[in-house]
Design a protein around this ligand. Structure first.
Ligand code: NAD
Length: 271
């Protein structure tokens, strides 16, 4: 990196850039969208329901940046392409994509319905493909390139019981990110994955009683002996930990950091 680039990376400003975050009305996506707003980005909050997306977009707009709240089901090619077209029209090309929308469904494989398998893969993998394809198209057309960040998981690296489609999908996103890193380099497009450990968002709160029932143990034991068992300190990762990692990837000024995955998990998984 040049001296100028080093300086830019230490201030971590996203001023003048347009960032689109999917699943940004809740949990990790919401905190990432807020932190990007704090860093000066114009922020597009995309989620299933317009009202939820708009409410988060309105909160972020109070920081003095431009925002847009859009309904976008990431499993729908039409909804994704229409949403990106709306962004292009109102805020210009997307410079940063955080493909974050996700769901969780837990069951042993012998009980997993094919419908639930397909539903989960559609949100994580179809959603990852459709949103990154739309972003890459805009990043090439703008001539500016950009940064694509996929929300992976420790489950991009490790398996856990009851999570066959989730572990499959999160491993798959690593492959997609690496292909985009190779194809995107000529266009100054970077592509990386963040792999969080357990973070207490609505997605995880829902799993605690479900796993307790499936595994026949208490909710306290699910937290201590399943979710946080292999961390170095028995601590949950936080939405702020993940938002700071996303900001680093978004602001990184060169192709030095591309095709990578960063595990943020209190040492649950060590590379
Ligand atoms: P969350 O449930 O708080 O938020 C997920 C958001 O995604 C919701 O607002 C939901 O409406 C949205 N969403 C769901 N399906 C969608 C679709 N088809 N189109 C658009 N939006 C959709 O969950 P979270 O914990 O913040 O999870 C965000 C991402 O982080 C997910 O990809 C998840 O797999 C990943 N992750 C979470 C954890 C964790 O411990 N919370 C750990 C590792 C990875």
């Amino acid at each position: 990196m040049s001296d100028q680039q080093v300086q830019a990376s230490t201030t971590l400003s996203l001023k003048g850039r347009t960032a689109l975050v999917t699943g940004a009305a809740s949990g990790l996506g919401k905190r990432i969208a807020e932190v990007f707003g704090d860093a000066g980005a114009n922020v597009v909050v995309a989620d299933l329901r317009q009202a939820d997306a708009q409410a988060t977009a309105d909160e972020i707009a109070r920081k003095g940046v431009k925002t847009l709240g859009i309904a976008m089901d990431v499993t729908s090619e039409q909804a994704v392409d229409d949403g990106f077209a709306q962004v292009q029209k109102q805020l210009g090309a997307v410079d940063i994509l955080v493909s974050n929308a996700g769901i969780q469904i837990v069951a042993p494989i012998q009980d997993f319905t094919f419908a639930n398998w397909k539903k989960l893969l559609a949100v994580h993998l179809d959603g990852g493909f459709l949103t990154s394809r739309a972003a890459v198209r805009q990043m090439i057309a703008s001539g500016r390139g950009g940064s694509i960040i996929f929300m992976g998981s420790v489950h991009s690296k490790e398996a856990s019981k009851l999570k066959s489609p989730y572990v499959t999908a999160k491993h798959g996103l690593e492959g997609l990110a690496k292909v985009i890193a190779k194809e995107g380099a000529a266009h100054n497009i970077r592509s990386n994955v963040i792999c969080p450990g357990f973070v207490r968002t609505p997605l995880v709160e829902k799993q605690i009683p479900e796993q307790a029932q499936e595994l026949g143990i208490s909710e306290a034991d699910v937290i201590k002996n399943v979710m946080l068992k292999d961390t170095v300190d028995g601590e949950f990762t936080t939405v702020d930990d993940i938002a700071q990692a996303a900001l680093t990837f978004a602001a990184w000024p060169s192709n030095a950091l591309t095709g990578q995955s960063l595990v943020v998990s209190h040492g649950w998984f060590m590379q």
